[in-house]
Design a protein around this ligand. Sequence first.
Ligand code: ZN
Length: 316
Amino acid sequence: MQAIQGLHHITAVASDPQINVDFYEGLLGQRLVKTTVNFDDPGTYHLYYGDEVGTPGTALTFFPWPHMHRGRVGTGETSAMAYIVRPDSMDWWANRLREAGVDVSDAGLRFGQPVLQFEDPDGMTIELVGSDQVVAIRHWQDGPIPEAHALRGFHSVTLLVEGVAPTSDILTGQLGYVSAGQEEERHRFQAASQEHGIFVDIVARPGFGRGAFGAGSIHHIAFRTVDDSEQLEYLQALRSAGQQVTPVQDRQYFHSIYFREPGGVLFEVATDAPGFMLDESVEELGTALRLPPWHEGLRDRIEARLPVLDLPRRNV
Ligand code: ZN
């Protein structure tokens, strides 16, 4: 069984969808690559952002529930997500974010790399990590950010847990991650690939208290598998190791299995195939509401409930 190659996507909770799209597409330059609904709650959007085509390891997705109260960070969840930027883009980003009224803090060096920290409009912690590592992403040429400064896919996520070992045992024992060092309370683990999205950091905060789910919370993180057969191997291996894993769910653009790792964080294993170009061309990505075949019959009712989104790309 091939080791996991890194993160596939990260899914979080937002409140207002227009504020969400203005922030991620308009300010951060992450292209809205898919406008669909929460398949388990089709009256709500599911918005996918990424590089030009939503390459695995760039896809950040949101369930925007307009009246959702704000979450509170605690143990048993992903407390932050980080993007790669070139080291000489750090000042450029700090200026761009501050000009937009975003409070940016310099988090110093982490494993030798500079880190900027800020929050999205719902309070989710985002970090930019300066790194020259090679990435395999597709820059969105028509987006608002010049290629030299663009976000270059995920760098890492930070998992906040009561104790490191139960979670690290899953990463190393089941998903093929290897230890990549420790810095103070932060334990870093690395996936097999050399590309973007390969780090998972675990921070133990015993007694800190569980997180409260709400807007700004990261709901789950998904790891990459190539296709259904590799995913099936993971499903069987995880079940053999005693994890309660869901059956395969058809998410239209990928297939998913889920399990809650022993530290409390919801993990998903998703397939790279078939990807976001299943039902749209590169040019069309994100521009129209896409529904899976099993919800298409409800399109009129679904569209009547969803607010119309004004994409920042139309206003440039
Ligand atoms: Zn997911």
